[in-house]
Write a protein that binds this ligand. Structure first.
Ligand SMILES: [Zn+2]
Length: 373
């Protein structure tokens, strides 16, 4: 379960502990026409919001009183994004609480925000990081990461880090992976820039090279000049080293057959995700669909990496989609995995083990597919 007893300091120097903050806050987010379940897990959105008061970008040392359910709409955003105008915060709140919000800020909304704030999109991305970071779920490290990616379309994508107690650290999703997988699932043709709360780790630089084999993604960190990935990762080991010219984007749909007898909505959603998956090195295409008790479905495609380990499993991608929609692992009721028959690797065991750790009552259905003829 994504659980920790309380939130403590994050992000380095000057950050302070927040004893009991998670317990004293009670935020609810109105979504999809109903009040979403309160985030009852320890390191959740409301604790993240609380922690940001002490450790957000430029907010170190800043405090505010605990927030309550009814405060969220007006107050939480003004505390997370104090430098934004009330008009921009209202615009963001409308987006964040719209039914079906999926962590994407469409190009038209980005243009409006940039115009009303009088800022460049790069600056806007950096200033949106405290918001992205409220989606972080790091109950092991308590280190909150936020990321905002910009797709070729000009849309922005939020991301944050996820950790899973009771399972291998290798299952962690880094903030950059979250934001980039979000752009991937929205079928962006490419990603031109990514803003991050701290310099990307080596794992993320390797993940990024798959999305941008030429290394031309701009990496934006508050207080530092923009830098290209090729500068952060010189002499990169990329797709070309295993004989591939292209990377993960643009998404290339794979023509996979419908699994025998599969007709339920969740399995077909997993099949749809598998068709979007990127698996040039193993050809083991796979996709996951998470179904919640409330009937929402979140899809995740497998996104492979030339260095293998930074690959994102389809469950990780789907989990990011669930969290950025404002839900939590406690909402997971059923999961469908669709993967290739007789492939050299399988996502089954990691999906079972991760689900066992975070949603033990969730039912897993696995179906196999093959290339359609
Ligand atoms: Zn990383």
């Amino acid at each position: 379960m994504l659980r920790c007893s309380r939130v403590s300091a994050v992000d380095g120097e000057g950050a302070e502990a927040v004893p009991g903050a998670a317990e004293t806050l009670s935020l609810k987010l109105e979504r999809k026409g109903t009040m979403a379940k309160a985030f009852s897990k320890g390191m959740d959105r409301r604790s993240a919001l609380a922690t940001l008061g002490f450790a957000g970008l430029g907010l170190v040392g800043m405090r505010w009183p605990p927030m309550h359910a009814d405060d969220f709409k007006a107050d939480a955003l003004s505390k997370v994004l104090p430098q934004f105008s009330a008009k921009s915060r209202e615009q963001l709140l409308r987006l964040l609480t719209a039914p079906g919000f999926s962590g994407q800020i469409p190009i038209s909304e980005v243009a409006t925000l940039a115009a009303s704030e009088g800022k460049t999109v790069n600056t806007l991305m950096v200033e949106l990081l405290p918001l992205a970071r409220t989606y972080a779920r790091p109950p092991i490290s308590n280190y909150l990461v936020g990321a905002v990616a910009r797709g070729s379309s000009g849309a922005l994508y939020l991301g944050a880090n996820i950790e899973l107690p009771g399972h291998s650290l290798g299952f962690s999703v880094h903030g950059e992976q979250f934001a980039l997988s979000n752009a991937y699932m929205h079928s962006e043709q490419g990603v031109t820039a990514i803003a991050v709360t701290a310099a990307p780790c080596g794992h993320c630089r390797q993940f990024m090279i798959e999305v941008s084999p030429a290394g031309d993604i701009e990496v934006l960190i508050a207080g530092s000049p923009a830098v290209k990935l090729s500068t952060l990762l010189p002499m990169a080991f990329g797709p070309k080293d295993l004989g591939f010219k292209d990377g993960a984007l643009p998404v290339k749909e794979v023509n996979l057959a419908r699994p025998k007898g599969a007709s339920d909505e969740l399995t077909l959603a997993a099949l749809d995700a598998a068709r979007k998956s990127y698996a040039p090195y193993t050809k083991a295409h796979s996709g996951v669909a998470i179904g919640t008790a409330a009937g929402h479905i979140y899809k995740g495609a497998y996104i492979e990496n030339v260095a293998f380990n930074p690959s994102l499993s389809p469950l990780q991608t789907a989990l990011a989609a669930l969290i950025v929609a404002g839900e939590d692992s406690s909402a997971i009721a059923r999961v469908a995995l669709v993967e290739m028959e007789g492939a050299v690797i399988s996502q089954r065991s990691v999906t079972e083990a991760a689900l066992h750790a975070m949603a033990p009552v969730a039912k897993l259905d696995v179906a196999t597919t093959k290339m359609a003829v």
